[in-house]
Ligand binder design. Structure first.
Ligand SMILES: *Cc1c(COP(=O)(O)O)cnc(C)c1O
Length: 477
């Protein structure tokens, strides 16, 4: 496909701006650029076709099944975008006086109230822009808590090996040492290893639940007790809350602080990498450390205030406000029963697919799963030379996005499948049939899978090269 720069023809522009109707002022030449920027010049129909062509070459939730484990690529109701596009929400300035933006502040306060009810937390910030950023903020609260008590010996954060990769990264970024805890045969935290690891140097624990194997840790109450008895705090990675929302609450399981991925569970499109919102909720003892500003209410009036021992700002202004609005719209439209139904269907769909695939592929941790499950293709690789990558690439020819590959790292040749609650039985049956036919081909003609995909615009790019040497600028020469 040609780049817009290659399609550009000099002079083929169209006027976008109205005629100047105010006195013209000259800007000092020290401030102006020497020449015009070399922007592509295209006619409106050519621009329109250019973007349609780009859209045809990508895959989104609107194109087909997208079972990318841990990412919750579900259908996001269009009404969320309609609400977030209302001029009263989009035509505001972050610095305008609070009394002129009461509706926006109220929307944030209402979203906070509903999400606290769902999570069992007491207070929440929307400032972090993504899940990992929320983790960073949440662990800063843990750090501030220990510091406020003059307890400087707590330098370690415990992270089970089934955690999302961002958890150990967060603990390191916030200046803690990571203590890794192995999973047991059923994919849960090994309690004896946890008991052994805690002590006066334990700042806290970060638990991804359900973990990256799609398993709800059945010892969760014992886990939070072990940490609290040792003087640590418990962090819940709630990026995948669509597995439990409306059914169980981290706040009732002993967690002190957590994040949500509003862009996953609470319905904002996030395929292109943003914008997101890693809302952080905490119990009241930690609320005084939350980032500033935070929306508060006095009678009928909403205003921004600074928590008394705030860790400071972690982002500009109030976070991605329009993502919060989408979450609020989603919650108000589906209601409390809808929240619970979404979680139940997410879990039902994952178990349906796991059950049907378990007669074909090896399920890494059989038994019940939550919203996702992991297949291991180790045997297929060993016996037929067909890897998880080959199967994933073959799925592209069925018009499906592949599952998450080679993650979690504790499963060899992993494929991590998350159908989400918004998929129909027919879509899942189609995916199961596709995976079955790929398996049969792996036994009969394994070489053909190494050639896949054959129907996509790009077949197998050199992924390492593409990641290490991305071409992000157009070279005019
Ligand atoms: C997606 C995810 C994250 C990270 O969220 P980002 O918004 O991508 O930073 C963290 N933990 C879990 C369990 C996730 O699924």
């Amino acid at each position: 496909m040609k780049l817009s720069f290659e399609k550009s023809r000099q002079g083929r522009f169209f006027p976008l701006l109205p005629e100047l109707d105010v006195p013209e002022r000259k800007i000092s030449s020290a401030l102006t650029r020497a020449g015009s920027p070399r922007l592509p010049e295209m006619s409106p129909p050519d621009i329109s076709r250019h973007y349609s062509e780009l859209a045809r070459r990508t895959h989104g939730v609107n194109d087909g099944f997208y079972p990318l484990g841990s990412c919750t690529m579900k259908y996001n109701p269009k009404i969320n975008d309609e609400m977030a596009n209302l001029p009263g929400f989009t035509h505001i300035h972050p610095l305008q006086p609070e009394h002129t933006a009461q509706g926006c502040l109220e929307a944030m306060a209402r979203a906070e109230g509903l999400l606290c009810e769902i999570t069992g937390m007491d207070s929440m910030t929307f400032q972090p822009a993504a899940g990992a950023h929320g983790e960073f903020t949440g662990v800063l609260l843990i750090k501030a808590y220990h510091e406020s008590r003059g307890d400087s010996a707590r330098t370690k954060i415990i992270v089970p090996d089934s955690a999302h990769g961002t958890n150990p990264a967060t603990a390191t970024m916030t200046g803690f040492q990571v203590v890794n805890i192995p999973s047991d045969g059923s994919g849960c935290v090994t309690l004896d290893a946890l008991r052994e690891a805690v002590g006066p140097d334990t700042a806290g624990l970060m638990l991804t639940n359900p973990n990256t194997l799609g398993i709800f840790d059945r010892n969760i109450l014992e886990i939070t007790k072990i940490i609290h008895d040792a003087g640590g705090l418990c962090y819940y990675d709630g990026a995948n809350l669509n597995a439990i929302m409306g059914v169980a609450r981290p706040g009732d399981m002993g967690f002190d602080v957590m994040h949500l991925n509003l862009h996953k569970t609470f319905s904002t499109p996030h395929g292109g990498g943003g914008p997101g919102s890693g809302a952080v909720g905490c119990k009241s003892e930690l609320a005084r450390f939350l980032p500033s500003p935070h929306v508060s209410r006095r009678g009928d009036e909403f205003f921004f205030d600074a928590p008394s021992r705030s860790v400071g700002r972690v982002g500009a202004f109030y976070g991605n406000f329009l993502v919060v609005l989408r979450a609020l719209t989603y919650l108000v439209t589906i209601g409390g029963d809808g929240v619970r139904d979404a979680a139940r269907n997410a879990v039902l769909n994952a178990n349906y697919m796991m059950k049907h695939l378990s007669g074909i592929y090896d399920v890494a941790y059989p038994g019940g799963c939550m919203h996702e499950f992991v297949l291991s293709l180790e045997r297929l690789k060993r016996e037929h030379g067909v890897s998880a990558m080959d199967v994933a690439k073959s799925l592209l020819d069925f018009g499906m996005h592949p599952p998450t590959m080679y993650f979690p790292m504790i499963v060899k040749e992993a494929l991590m499948i998350e159908p989400t609650e918004t998929e129909s039985r027919e879509t899942m049956d189609f995916a199961i049939a596709a995976l079955r036919s790929i398996y049969e081909r792996a036994l009969e003609e394994p070489e053909s899978l190494r050639e896949a995909p054959i129907h996509t615009p790009i077949r197998r790019p050199d992924e390492v090269n593409a990641a290490r040497h991305p071409k992000l600028r157009y070279n005019f020469d």
